[in-house]
Write a protein that binds this ligand. Structure first.
Ligand SMILES: *Cc1c(COP(=O)(O)O)cnc(C)c1O
Length: 405
């Protein structure tokens, strides 16, 4: 980033960065840090201890539980704190599978789930369960009709994410929940990316289990929660002490739980206003990036997270775009963070039918509350056609790999 000093001479400021990878993780916000500090310092008691120091910690955990419950329309005693989105997903899927295997061994999920869901399902297949992976359309959308068609008498669980972490597509969760309820099948949704963007009501949406993770909405890492509807038959995964009403053992991560509670209250409380700003930035990025020849938007044009931009550039390696941006202090991603060290094409883009010749040319910009219109200008400037396609003369490239719509 260039800053002009008083002589009007451009000075490069090396340490000024633009962070546009908020789907990978987010910075912990100031108010959240403040909420956490007492439990990292003087209020260090174990919530299970009966003296006052312990009770102070216990009180912090219960206050956070209230905040999480309120944020998703649940009751306090339906919220269980975990070590993050991965644990919540694993608990929901394995826990329902093992507690209900006498009823059936069939699970339905989608082909674009996070690996925490997909790999848990894959593992269950090795344990004698059968899993149907629903396809998605070119926008990454699951069809409720497809879902109806694959339900069997022995289906025990439907797990479909609320919003996708790579392409931002928001699934028709209301309809999916209704179908699950009508068929008396448990419905789990991975809402890790949706918290703070999509208003959630587990009652209205007929959700039985919901995963969330603190670090995706400006809370701390290594802390999440699983909502489990009252009366749900679920197996325990972590055996030990009596914490979390004897369903998830282990001394509570009190500072992180307190922080998560504050973070979800702020994130959900600000949905309307923050998404308005994010939407403006998202639309400007998408509009201008699609002006570059041979670019395609991934994900749904409207039913998508307000902070998600995912564009494929033909003839370009996504990794090289990341390096180009990194050199200018812009941090972004090619897909899910888990894929950044592997050369496997994104399973999400592949499921959406992005041809393998161009699947490696995708760039995900995920916006956050610290981003400004100025950041958008800088990023658009860095992704200028002349910079990323210096050697191509588009006049001679008439055939697009993907047919324009
Ligand atoms: C990040 C993420 C997870 C995993 O959450 P962690 O807290 O990092 O374990 C699960 N699902 C989705 C959709 C995610 O984006």
């Amino acid at each position: 980033m260039i800053i002009h000093n008083c002589e009007g001479v451009g000075v490069t400021v090396e340490n000024m960065t633009i962070y546009m990878d908020n789907s990978a993780t987010t910075p912990v916000r100031k108010e959240v840090v403040e909420e956490m500090i007492p439990y990292l310092t003087e209020n260090f008691g174990n919530p299970s201890s009966i003296y006052d120091l312990g009770k102070t910690s216990k009180h912090a955990v219960e206050k956070a539980r209230k905040r999480v419950a309120y944020a998703i329309g649940a009751e306090e005693n339906e919220i269980y704190f975990t070590s993050g989105g991965t644990e919540s997903d694993n608990w929901a899927i394995k826990g329902i599978a093992f507690a209900n295997r006498n009823k059936g061994k069939h699970i339905i999920t989608s082909s674009i789930e996070h690996h925490a869901v997909l790999h848990a399902c894959k593992w269950l297949e090795g344990q004698g369960f059968e899993v149907t992976y629903l396809p998605v359309d070119k926008y990454g959308m699951v069809s409720p009709e497809d879902l109806k068609n694959v339900i069997r008498d022995d289906t025990i669980l439907i797990s479909i994410m609320l919003a996708n972490n790579e392409i931002g597509t928001i699934q028709p969760v209301d309809q999916i929940g209704k179908i699950a309820r009508e068929n008396r099948i448990y419905f789990h949704t991975d809402a890790v990316q949706a918290i703070g963007h999509v208003p959630i009501d587990v009652q209205k949406m007929n959700i039985d289990l919901l995963s969330l993770s603190g670090h995706k909405f400006q809370g701390p890492k290594g802390c999440g929660a699983l909502y489990i509807r009252k009366g749900t038959k679920i197996e325990i995964l972590l055996h030990g002490g009596a914490q979390e009403r004897k369903r998830r053992a282990g001394t509570e991560n009190v500072p992180a739980i307190a922080g998560l509670g504050k973070a979800i209250e702020l994130a959900v409380g600000e949905i309307g206003e923050s998404d308005k700003t994010l939407l403006e930035m998202r639309e400007r990025l998408i509009k201008d990036l699609l002006k570059i020849p041979k670019t395609h938007l991934n994900g749904h044009p409207i039913k998508r997270l307000a902070n998600n931009v995912n564009v494929t550039f033909e003839y370009i390696e996504g990794e090289s775009l990341l390096l180009l941006l990194n050199a200018k202090g812009v941090f972004a991603s090619t897909g899910s963070a888990c894929n950044s060290s592997s050369l496997e094409p994104s399973h999400v883009l592949t499921a959406c039918g992005v041809p393998h010749e161009i699947v490696h040319g995708s760039l995900r910009l995920s916006l956050g509350k610290m981003n400004t219109q100025e950041d958008v200008n800088t990023v658009l400037h860095q992704l200028d056609q002349k910079i990323i396609y210096p050697h191509y003369d588009f006049k001679h490239l008439t055939e697009s790999i993907l047919k324009s719509e």
